[in-house]
Structure formats: structure tokens, C-alpha cells
Design a protein around this ligand. Structure first.
Ligand SMILES: NC(=O)c1ccc[n+]([C@@H]2O[C@H](COP(=O)([O-])OP(=O)(O)OC[C@H]3O[C@@H](n4cnc5c(N)ncnc54)[C@H](OP(=O)(O)O)[C@@H]3O)[C@@H](O)[C@H]2O)c1
Length: 344
């Protein structure tokens, strides 16, 4: 067994086609994974559209993986063939999700709790990474609110704002803020998601269909008398970023999901542009902390995954799913592809 089916981006800003590629070579300390479910993220269509992040082609994309351990690399202890795991992949072919087999260092995976399907598990890694690196990871990677993911670290009674709470990232952010007892947890989202966002920990939903961004500071002032020191901006456009900064008290800090945002400021406010990945040399230590703590956070329902929609038609089905993401047609759930299923 050395050849597999992959969804391949042929060239920079080129087409995505299903093609045969070599199965990645297992290195010491790694696991070879049979990919059962692969989550789709906005970054996947953005890479195809703009050519950013990926250096060499043909490229396999996708970075949300749930699957089975197929082979255990030299020196790995604690894992066995057949174990069900979830993890965050990366923008290199040997770490990518949109293929039948991929590899990952053994210290960056978590066991899938028996209460979750592969699809639910594949809805966790990337969106959770973005939220937890942005909020908890040490400065300057994130805001440094809880770098050891310690359950006793609290910010009880501190108000916080999440702009874009109904996004997958926003939902994890709300849960992580609830874990630290922030209150009130105010979020800007479509009110159709109110009940679900409240179940995750949001205390106030400002309806984005009713309230323009410019009115946010006055609406928030009616919700809390305390100064707003923390904002998480999960939309990634300049308008939303500026609106978030306007809501902050002097000296406050905002984290944005736009990893390329300009963070230079001279107004005393801090802007952190998060790149939520376990795979860079300077982010890996926090990634190890995350994957040590994740099984317990999932078992105890501190973190629950969003709703999912399973895509049909194997790897080819992922291409249509990415188009739906690009057209902004996805609201309140995550799309999941299935690389082991045949494509027509
Ligand atoms: N830097 C990183 O490491 C990193 C990692 C992952 C994702 N991201 C970025 O984070 C953003 C969210 O990703 P995601 O996967 O969580 O997205 P998603 O779940 O696919 O987002 C869909 C949601 O976006 C909401 N939305 C769209 N425009 C909005 C606006 N102007 N204000 C408020 N909500 C809005 C929609 O809300 P309604 O349903 O309420 O209309 C919809 O529910 C993307 O820009 C993505 O590229 C960054």
C-alpha cells in the first residue's frame, strides 16, 4: 500500500482534482492515520483563491482530521493501531486532511470520546485552535489569559465581547470564556442562533441583522457598566475589527482571526492577530498543553463541537462544499468531507 486518493490543488490558484498521490512516509515519533472525516474551513477556499500559505504544488489541503491510527511510528508509546483520534493538520502534503492517509506527531493528537462520531470530532481541531490560541495562549501568540489551560484560572465577572459568535470559532470562544467565568459574555450574531449560543455560555446576543456595527459601543454600555477590556473579533474584516476596537476601554485588548491584520497601534489598545496552529516552532509547546488537556475538556463537556453536515461524494464532494463556504452559505454548522468514500 503506497498510493492513495487525494484532493489535489494542481498549481497556485489552480483547480482541485481527485488524483493519486503517495501515502506520506511515516517518521519516528509520528502516527499514520486513515482519515475518516475531514472538516472544511474558510482557509481552504482562501488558499485556492489567493495562493497564500502554501509554498509548493501540487498541494493537498485541509487541516481538520478525525480517523484511525493505521501505523505507529518508531519510539511512539501509548497509541495502538485502530485507536480513534482527532488532530489539527497543516498546509503540507504529509499533514493534510483531504486525502485518505496522513501523518501527525504522536504528541499532537487526542483520543475521540466514544460519545462523538468521526464527523463531530473533525469539527473540533482548527476552530478550537483559533479560539484557544487567541484567548489562552501566551503573549504574543494570544492574549495569554490561561496559558496552562488551568481550570482554577478565572476572570469572574469580567465582561467580554465576541464579534461573530455563531461562527465555529466563535462558539468555541464563547465556551472557553464561560470556562473562565467571564460575565457577561456578549456576542454579535444573528438572533436565529440565540438559543444555541446561550446554551454554550453567551449571556447577551446583539442581533447583527438589527444593530449596525457603529451602534455597538452604546448597546454594550446598556448591557454592562464595567469597562470592556477584552474583545474577540471572529469575522476577520476591517469594519468588524475597527468596531471591536471602538468598543474597548483604553488599555484593552482585541484578538482578531485575521492573521494578516495590521497590529500596529498608538492608542494604547492592543491588537493580537492569531494564527491558531499547533505546528509552528513557537506555537507547538502550547499545542502540546492543548492536546494533553483536550480529552478531559471534551469528556466533561467544557467544549462541545458544533452541528455538522456530512458531504457526500467522497473527496469530490469537498470541492462543492468549499464553494458553499466561499459563497457564505454556511450558517451555524460545519461541513465534513469523507475521503474514504468513493467519488463519482
Ligand atoms: N487565524 C486563524 O487561525 C483562523 C482559524 C480558523 C478560522 N479563521 C477565520 O475565522 C473566521 C471564522 O471561521 P469559521 O470557520 O468559524 O467560520 P464559519 O463557521 O464558516 O462562519 C459562518 C458564520 O459567519 C457568520 N458571519 C458572517 N459574516 C458575519 C458578520 N459580518 N458578523 C458576524 N457574523 C458573521 C455567519 O453568521 P450568521 O449565521 O449569524 O449570519 C455564519 O454563521 C474566518 O474568517 C476564518 O478564515 C482563522
Amino acid at each position: 500500500m503506497s498510493i492513495q486518493q487525494s484532493l489535489v490543488l494542481e498549481s497556485k490558484q489552480g483547480s482541485l482534482i481527485v488524483s493519486e498521490t503517495p501515502i506520506p512516509q511515516l517518521q519516528p515519533g509520528e502516527l499514520l492515520i486513515k482519515v475518516q472525516a475531514a472538516g472544511l474551513n474558510p482557509v481552504d477556499w482562501k488558499i485556492q483563491a489567493t495562493g497564500f500559505l502554501v509554498e509548493s504544488y501540487p498541494a493537498v489541503l485541509g487541516s481538520d482530521v478525525a480517523g484511525d491510527i493505521e501505523q505507529v511510528g518508531e519510539g511512539v508509546v501509548g497509541w495502538a493501531k485502530g485507536d480513534k483520534v482527532l488532530f489539527q493538520g497543516f498546509y503540507r502534503n504529509e499533514r493534510a486532511a483531504f486525502q485518505q492517509y496522513t501523518t501527525i506527531p504522536a504528541d499532537l493528537v487526542a483520543k475521540i470520546p466514544s460519545k462523538y462520531t468521526y464527523s463531530q470530532a473533525a469539527a473540533i481541531p482548527v476552530s478550537l485552535s483559533c479560539a484557544i490560541y487567541g484567548l489562552y495562549a501566551p503573549k504574543p501568540i494570544g492574549l495569554g489569559l490561561n496559558p496552562t489551560i488551568d481550570p482554577s484560572v478565572k476572570q469572574t465577572g469580567q465582561p467580554v465581547l465576541v464579534l461573530g459568535g455563531s461562527t465555529a470559532v466563535g462558539k468555541y470562544a464563547i465556551q472557553l470564556l464561560r470556562y473562565m467565568e467571564f460575565s457577561p459574555i456578549i456576542t454579535y450574531a444573528s438572533s436565529k442562533h440565540s438559543a444555541h449560543l446561550e446554551s454554550l455560555g453567551a449571556t447577551h446576543i446583539i442581533d447583527r441583522q438589527e444593530v449596525p456595527l457603529a451602534d455597538l459601543p452604546s448597546v454594550i454600555a446598556k448591557t454592562t457598566e464595567l469597562p470592556l477590556k477584552i474583545v474577540f473579533e471572529v469575522v476577520g474584516d476591517t469594519e468588524t475589527l475597527e468596531a471591536g476596537i471602538n468598543c474597548l476601554v483604553d488599555g484593552g485588548a482585541l484578538v482578531t482571526v485575521n492573521s494578516r491584520a495590521n497590529t500596529d497601534r498608538n492608542d494604547g489598545k492592543t491588537v493580537v492577530a492569531v494564527f491558531g496552529t499547533v505546528h509552528l516552532p513557537h506555537t507547538r509547546a502550547f499545542g502540546k498543553v492543548l492536546y494533553e488537556r483536550l480529552p478531559q475538556l471534551l469528556e466533561k463537556d467544557v467544549i462541545v463541537p458544533p452541528r455538522v453536515e456530512d458531504l457526500t461524494n467522497g473527496l469530490k464532494g469537498i470541492v462543492d462544499g468549499l464553494q458553499r463556504l466561499k459563497r457564505n452559505e454556511i450558517s451555524g454548522f460545519k461541513l465534513i468531507g469523507h475521503p474514504q468514500e468513493p467519488s463519482s
